[in-house]
Design a binder for this molecule. Sequence first.
Ligand SMILES: CC(C)(COP(=O)(O)OP(=O)(O)OC[C@H]1O[C@@H](n2cnc3c(N)ncnc32)[C@H](O)[C@@H]1OP(=O)(O)O)[C@@H](O)C(=O)NCCC(=O)NCCS
Length: 175
Amino acid sequence: MPVTIRPESPEDFPAIHDLVRRAFEHAEHADGDEQHLVDRLRRSREYIPELSLVAEEDGRIVGHVMFSRVKVGEAAALALAPLAVLPSHHGRGIGGALVRRGHELARALGWEFVILLGHAGYYPRFGYRPASSFGIVSPFEAPEEAFMAVKLGGDADRLPGMVAYSPAFFPEHAG
Ligand SMILES: CC(C)(COP(=O)(O)OP(=O)(O)OC[C@H]1O[C@@H](n2cnc3c(N)ncnc32)[C@H](O)[C@@H]1OP(=O)(O)O)[C@@H](O)C(=O)NCCC(=O)NCCS
């Protein structure tokens, strides 16, 4: 069955919540909050509906990714978080398809940089490299190799500044 990548819609929200919970259930570095992070990001000002994508196969949602707004210094950028694929569907390129489609759409919308905190063995295949090489600084302690960024376009080769995440990333402060 072919996998379709499309923006999420409100009817998908319960299935996405369940998918993200299941994807992170046994994942390394997961804190069990990822499905709630998705819900909080949707309620935040940093949510971008057209950059919140699902992978659908045979009418079933098997993957999901969110790109939302962050500030890097005074500049606007995107944060990729979270990315989730149903465990039974790992290793079929679905995660990669979500990331690549997200990049294409983001580039078309004029976004120039994406940051993330993630697996150092996974994201470099999509062009990510340590965010520090762009001058981007994490607001909290993060392993150098896990805090990554990619440039999608634009003239600037660097984006010096500290990241200001959406309050949605901090459940104790988010509504
Ligand atoms: C990470 C995840 C999204 C990848 O989805 P996927 O659809 O299986 O990914 P793809 O099929 O596009 O890519 C598979 C490749 O990624 C590699 N990969 C998957 N997870 C990896 C990890 N944690 N570290 C390094 N490589 C990883 C696989 O070994 C495979 O490598 P290969 O192409 O050399 O065979 C999925 O494993 C997942 O949902 N994990 C649980 C949630 C999670 O950790 N999300 C990411 C948070 S940073």
